[in-house]
Write a protein that binds this ligand. Structure first.
Ligand SMILES: [Zn+2]
Length: 324
């Protein structure tokens, strides 16, 4: 069945097609080539995502990406460094560069990015986080809660201060949680909060993805890839911001020798197909989660049109053409 969809919009992508947006040796040519190749997966706009790193490295990457005229770049997502230092909650972010939240530190990063940081993921329990959320919201930057082991009152304080998104809900939290209350239930139940999810079948088992999407509702769910350089590549070893990750033959990306996932090799067209298969929602209900909902969440619009073939029986989405 031939379908037309709006250009897809990925709020969280660390790299693609062998290029790591966090790499110290990133060049604008390599980044542009990566973004051009991402278009074949239907993504016409995205937020290149910079994870926890030393300030100088962050500033160099932000300066480079922010200075690129590439039409796919809708802003920068800064994920960390104001996150939980704990194993599990921290995920693949290097502990050595996790720091307390501060307005001064953020302003230096935003200056380096030429004002193009539009989304910040942080942990509410980090010292200074609540005051920083208020500052970010006042300056028009969206705030997401993620990589956190926050208590329910800490989460409530962050939401009251203006946080409106749960970053990759169900991941970036402790491996072991009390059955309730816990960070997942609290963020699921918070009506003011959107949830982004990585529906690759590895980050969330199908039943968990289904339960999260159904509970949050189609209008408050955002599909992201959280892809790293390995996306669109053969199995092997890759890096994200200098941290090694292994891409297995099953598409799983993990920190070598640990159970911890380190980003994905997911593409957004496959995330749509997986979400239809896992949740029982229709393709028409799922497409906005990867296009108009993330775009309007950050106050932007989608770009272009994607012509694709959808096989409802097999649950396969095949992109044919992307127009600008
Ligand atoms: Zn993350």
């Amino acid at each position: 069945m031939n379908i037309e969809l709006p250009g897809l919009f990925d709020l969280q992508v660390n790299g693609f097609a062998g290029v790591d947006f966090n790499a110290p040796d990133l060049t604008s040519d390599r980044a542009a080539e990566s973004l051009d190749r991402m278009r074949a997966t239907g993504v016409t706009r995205c937020l290149p995502t910079l994870i926890t790193s030393p300030f100088e490295q962050f500033a160099a990457s932000a300066r480079l990406l922010a200075g690129m005229p590439h039409p796919s770049i809708a802003g920068i997502h800064m994920e960390g460094p104001y996150i939980s230092p704990e194993d599990g909650a921290r995920g693949a972010h290097p502990r050595a560069h996790v720091t307390p939240a501060s307005r001064d530190d953020f302003n230096r990063r935003q200056d380096a990015a030429g004002g193009r940081i539009v989304l910040v993921t942080l942990a509410p329990e980090v010292p200074g986080a609540i005051a920083l959320i208020e500052h970010l919201v006042a300056t028009g930057v969206r705030v997401a809660i993620g990589h956190t082991a926050a208590t329910p009152p800490q989460l409530a304080a962050a939401i009251a201060a203006g946080a409106t998104l749960a970053t990759h809900l169900g991941n970036g939290c402790p491996q072991m949680l009390p059955r309730h209350p816990n960070v997942i239930w609290e963020l699921l139940a918070a009506d003011a909060v959107f949830a982004s999810v990585i529906v690759d079948g590895h980050h969330l088992p199908p039943a968990t993805a289904k339960a999260i999407v159904r509970a949050k509702g189609a209008a408050k769910t955002i599909l992201v890839t959280d892809a790293i350089a390995a996306a669109g590549c053969a199995p092997g070893r890759y890096t994200i911001g200098g941290v090694d990750c292994d891409l297995g033959a099953d598409g799983r990306v993990s920190l070598p020798g640990t159970p911890y996932l380190a980003g994905s090799s997911l593409t957004l067209d496959r995330a749509i197909a997986n979400t239809v298969r896992f949740t029982g929602l229709s393709i028409d209900e799922v497409i906005p989660m990867a296009s108009t909902i993330p775009a309007s969440y950050i106050g932007a619009t989608t770009a272009g049109t994607v012509i694709a073939d959808w096989d409802p029986k097999g649950g396969e989405l095949q992109i044919h053409r992307v127009t600008s």
